[in-house]
Design a protein around this ligand. Sequence first.
Ligand SMILES: [Fe+2]
Length: 199
Amino acid sequence: MTNRSRLDSQPRIHQSAAEIQKYGTVTHALPLDLEEPVRLEMTEKLNQLLADTMTLRDLYKKSHWQVAGPTFYQLHLLFDKHFGEQAELVDTIAERIQLLGGLALAMAHDIAETTQIERPPRGREEVPVQLSRLIDGHQIIIRQCRELARRASTLGDDGTNDLAVSDVLRTNELQSWFVSEHLVNMPLVEAVEGSAAAD
Ligand SMILES: [Fe+2]
């Protein structure tokens, strides 16, 4: 029976078939001028960065929803802004993996098995703990970015080097500054040492 003879208007739902590419492999014959071993190593390292970035992205949304206290409004907004920027990075990293011929991790259980960021509890935590978790996540990603950038440069993968530095590193450096400044113990109403003008 040919395909043509089976054409009709009914949708063929509930289909399944074997995978057409195994995870952890790269496709051949890409016009990138990057050898297969280079693309294998880069896609593996980019998938680690992807898993950690997806986890930090979701940690920002958890923090956005669960934050409480006098700084609720500003942190609620800041966390969602950073969530959006991390979501953009997720797509940038995943599409680089695909264009190198690899396969990007996507699903939550695969991300949970891969990420190096510590799993937070389901419940609500105090603001300083939320902030500390976010900074720890940034630190893991920042360290990884620098190592990835150096390795990519050594292997001649300038595109991955640029992504690691210009996109991921710069964004995470800036976001970790914004978050860290909230952990400086500043008085809200009265200066501790009194004003200089009173002396
Ligand atoms: Fe929201």
